[in-house]
Design a protein around this ligand. Structure first.
Ligand SMILES: [Zn+2]
Length: 305
């Protein structure tokens, strides 16, 4: 049986909040089977817990933000991406600020943190959303699609019309039957443009944005002294983001996700479109691991080791 998973031990770190520029303490704790991924604001007089689910995402302007009763937790997508990549179903995620720290702008610090805590299988079957019908969202020239696929595959195409981005890979595809999150996705960093940053700074946003946590571009070039981590880092980061956005569903998808210029907003709309009609999907378990797609068995054994 493919089982649900949590972390073995509580673990904490401190990082910078992208928007506030302040130190944020992040603590991850084991959670029981079927608890889901539950974010908790510990700095509020009465702590507010927000379970990751599509209806809790209402602001996607800069990042994926969960909200409940006026409490917000922003920039969840890179941590959610790492949780998806390491197949963790249940975790309490405590922060003492309205945002998850940005760390190095990729998923790799969260992977390190989760692996350091250790991964624990739980005595309950993992639930999967198996996509049965094609579901799609189009907004202007951007689109995102979920299609039936016996595994988990993501294909992402970008088009920024920026000289430094246009000369890198414009299309990436990751099939978790053949590739792994840790090796093939986790290290791609977020990116931003100096011009936008100056506007954001004047609005009091992105105060923590530096070349330590993002690829920064002017009108022509990448400004980071070390350049890119890989030739496909821009497209790969969009795929990393999509994994985090899709995992807000709280369960893995058995599907092929394809997108052109998609972002947090479109990804959330796609999830809502999927769950709107129960005939679009089926919630399944794999009682016999031998019958499960490789994407869900190999990822599990790779990240436990
Ligand atoms: Zn991102």
């Amino acid at each position: 049986m493919i089982k649900q998973r949590t972390i073995k031990e509580e673990i904490s770190t401190v990082g910078i909040g992208l928007h506030s520029g302040r130190k944020v303490r992040l603590t991850l704790k084991p959670a029981p089977a079927d608890a889901g991924l539950v974010f908790v604001r510990t700095d509020l007089k009465t702590p507010v817990a927000i379970k990751a689910e599509p209806s809790r995402v209402n602001d996607t302007r800069m990042a994926t933000t969960l909200d409940r009763d006026g409490a917000r937790i922003s920039t969840i997508e890179h941590l959610m991406s790492a949780l998806s990549g390491l197949a963790i179903d249940n975790c309490y995620i405590e922060v003492d600020a309205p945002e998850i720290p940005i760390m190095d702008g990729s998923g790799s610090t969260f992977v390190f943190l989760l692996r350091s805590a250790g991964i624990q299988e739980q005595d309950a079957p993992r639930h999967f959303y198996k996509v049965k019908k094609r579901v799609e969202i189009h907004v202007n020239n951007k689109w995102a699609v979920l299609e039936p696929y016996d595994g988990y595959k993501l294909s992402f195409a970008i088009d920024f019309g920026h000289p430094a981005i246009d000369e890198t890979a414009q299309f990436v595809e990751v099939d978790f039957g053949k590739q792994t999150y840790v090796n093939d996705v986790s290290r791609a960093r977020t990116f931003g443009f100096v011009n936008d940053l100056e506007t954001l700074w004047s609005m009091g946003l992105a105060q923590g944005g530096t070349m330590d946590n993002a690829i920064v571009l002017d009108d022509y070039h990448v400004l980071n002294a070390g350049g890119l981590r890989s030739d496909d880092e821009f497209a790969k980061h969009k795929l990393l983001d999509a994994m985090g956005d899709l995992y807000v569903l709280g369960h893995p998808l058995v599907a092929h996700y394809e997108a052109f210029k998609s972002g947090h907003d479109l990804n959330n709309k796609l999830l809502r479109e999927l769950i709107k009609d129960p005939s679009n999907y089926e919630i399944i378990e794999y009682q016999d691991e031998k019958l499960a797609p490789k994407a869900f068995t190999d990822a599990v054994s790779a990240s436990v080791a």
